[in-house]
Design a protein around this ligand. Structure first.
Ligand SMILES: [Zn+2]
Length: 316
């Protein structure tokens, strides 16, 4: 249906990572990013620009911590992309959400090109039931027992948590569905796409599930790597590198190191998420895949729901 994408410089496939910053600190972050740097991979790391005043459900360091901030700025100078994971690790009302965007710009020289919602924050942009439409929403509400309604304050104009106008103004890409397979493009060949039903997001992208170390290693297992290369596909991995199962006995998990080293040697295009999505937009532009059709939207929503119910309960 969709012609294979041609990758720059004769590369055979594309692989990148969006790292949700949960639980990342100066004791686990630098080792991971040194490893990625040495592999020649430039990926995307998210941050919380501001220190929250309340206790987080899931915390980690914010850019208010000076050594951490300096480390993240050094990563940016090395070619890693820095992106947004909400203003801080808990819900922000509008004033704080906007302050987070400004602080991001002050620290990193420009507004974030990508935003990804942090779990359980009321300033989320199109979270919960708002992610799915029509019958899929009905099914989602039943499966989640109607607990995921009103979870999208960030994109609800009447909400005190609304910042969707600024998201639309400054942010290019937002992550939506996460799937279990390695080739994200196979699940969502139209990405990055605009969904007119969700106007405050300019372009959505999908990801593959590497939410913790175990799932990351499963998704990039040997056979999956081979099919990614064979299909000439693209993987945008969703992960939390701050999670403890990326480490064993105080060091990076040996199986993770082996699988990533193998992958790095396979001749892929390893650029940050925005750069990969920009490329897809350019090569897809003549075919008009920018605005998603109802049919395609229905298909990717249904696929995600089925996986959520039968395969990967609890993933993003
Ligand atoms: Zn998070």
């Amino acid at each position: 249906m969709h012609a294979p994408v041609k990758w720059p410089d004769g590369k055979r496939f594309a692989f990148t990572i969006f790292d949700d910053t949960d639980r990342t600190t100066m004791s686990n972050g630098p080792e991971m990013y040194r490893f990625l740097h040495d592999l020649g991979m430039r990926t995307t790391k998210s941050v919380w620009p501001l220190q929250g005043a309340e206790r987080p459900k899931i915390g980690g360091m914010t850019c208010a911590d000076e050594p951490y901030r300096e480390w993240v700025q050094a990563l940016q100078a090395q070619g890693f992309e820095i992106a947004l994971h909400n203003a801080t690790f808990h819900t922000s009302a509008r004033a704080q959400a906007l302050a987070g965007l400004e602080e991001f710009r002050r620290l990193f020289g420009a507004y974030p090109r990508i935003h990804v919602n942090h779990a359980d924050c009321r300033d989320a942009v199109y979270w919960g039931s708002a992610r799915v439409s029509g019958l899929n929403r009905l099914a989602y509400d039943v499966v989640t027992r109607y607990s995921m309604r009103d979870r999208a304050g960030g994109s609800t104009e009447s909400s005190p948590y609304f910042w969707g106008d600024r998201c639309k103004e400054h942010v290019e890409y937002v992550r939506n569905f996460v799937y279990t397979g390695i080739n994200t493009l196979k699940y969502c060949p139209m990405m990055p796409y605009h969904d007119p039903r969700l106007p405050y997001v300019n372009h959505w992208f999908a990801s593959s599930d590497g939410g913790n170390g175990k799932r990351f290693m499963r998704t990039i297992g040997e056979a999956n790597q081979e099919s990614l290369v064979e299909e000439g596909g693209a993987c945008i991995m969703y992960t939390h590198f701050g999670f403890s199962d990326f480490f064993e006995n105080g060091k990076l998990h040996p199986r993770f190191v082996k699988l990533m080293t193998d992958l790095a040697a396979r001749g892929g295009w390893f650029v940050p998420v925005s750069e990969l999505l920009d490329h897809l937009r350019v090569v897809r532009a003549p075919h008009g895949f920018d605005v998603i059709s109802r049919r395609d939207r229905d298909r990717i929503e249904r696929r995600w729901l089925l996986e959520k119910v039968f395969v990967s309960r609890g993933t993003s």
